[in-house]
Design a protein around this ligand. Sequence first.
Ligand SMILES: Nc1nc2c(c(=O)[nH]1)N[C@H]1C(S)=C(S)[C@@H](COP(=O)(O)O)O[C@H]1N2
Ligand SMILES: [Mo]
Length: 351
Amino acid sequence: MYNQKNMKNNESPLFMRRRTIIKTLGLVATAGITGGCDAVGSVFGRMFAIPPRETTYFTPNSKFYVVNYADSAVSISREVNIEQWKVHVKGVVNTPLSLGWRDILNRDSYDQVSTLMCIDTLPGGDSLGTATWRGISLKKLLQDAGADEEAARDVIFRGIDGYDDSIPFSRAMQDDVMIAFLMNGEKLPKEHGFPIRLIVPGLYGIKNVKWITEIEVYPGDYLGYWQRKGWTDDATIKIFSRIDSPGHYQTLRGPVQKFRGIAFGGPHSISKVELSFDAGRTWNECEIEPPMSPYSWVIWNYAWAAPKAGKFQTVVRAIDTKGQLQIAEIVRPQPAGASGLHTIISEIAEL
Ligand SMILES: Nc1nc2c(c(=O)[nH]1)N[C@H]1C(S)=C(S)[C@@H](COP(=O)(O)O)O[C@H]1N2
Ligand SMILES: [Mo]
């Protein structure tokens, strides 16, 4: 596990799911953090095999990760009576609004493909997914409420489960910020925030508040649930990349091996993905498939002809469209998101 000594009550946005992570990643992260981390800051060390993962453009709703601060969140959300449900827009606005489900559906809506990623995702981790979200524009809603642009500093979102977080007013007024009600063409599933949730591309999951009942335009700098526990208020997603296949310690045979995975740049798209088979000494440029949107992960591929049989320390890294290189240094998720390069052992049994 990550060194949680400094964490209050082991609290983190993914704490409820730690067991799942241990199961899927094993000790992958541990070795890097407690010692044995090598020059490129790779994350590896698990002695058991990890099977390959499937790489897809979209994550089906049934396989999409779920993170809630409270156990009770989903059960609370089940009690939403959609006929009585309302979302209130208030704070420093000229015209406070109360919208019901039909009012939401009657507004102009649009589709946007974007990747949602938990701040507690470890290098090579699984707590991210890509969906087509349909929703209404937050900007238009705030304009209709007559938000006071002079006074406004933050916009706070409160969920029915008591969760809250905020984004800067200037961010809230950008066109890509959406109040979503459909996920991959289905009504937002209960565990993902029915009836509405926030989608802010490029910011970690903590900011993407589910089960919203209140939107408050706020004249100060507001600290939400995780910020009050010491986590980042900025929450900009760090560059992430992952090797999905082959798996770690999967036995490989044949002259050419096909490597495949994802890379995600958060607020910026990915321009380059590189693979190393020698622990980061030399790098090979992968082919990138065109992304579904500027806000979604990209899929990368590389066909490798191994020089000989043996074990190869395979590392992936990505570069975004701003030319920023993924951070190799191993940093734990608290307080501003993890960094470190996903590393696996590629075991070529025979060529
Ligand atoms: N109301 C509410 N919204 C929330 C949370 C929560 O606990 N309650 N968790 C946040 C966190 S930490 C993440 S990573 C995302 C996860 O969204 P998902 O469960 O739809 O994948 O929701 C965010 N929004
Ligand atoms: Mo999260």
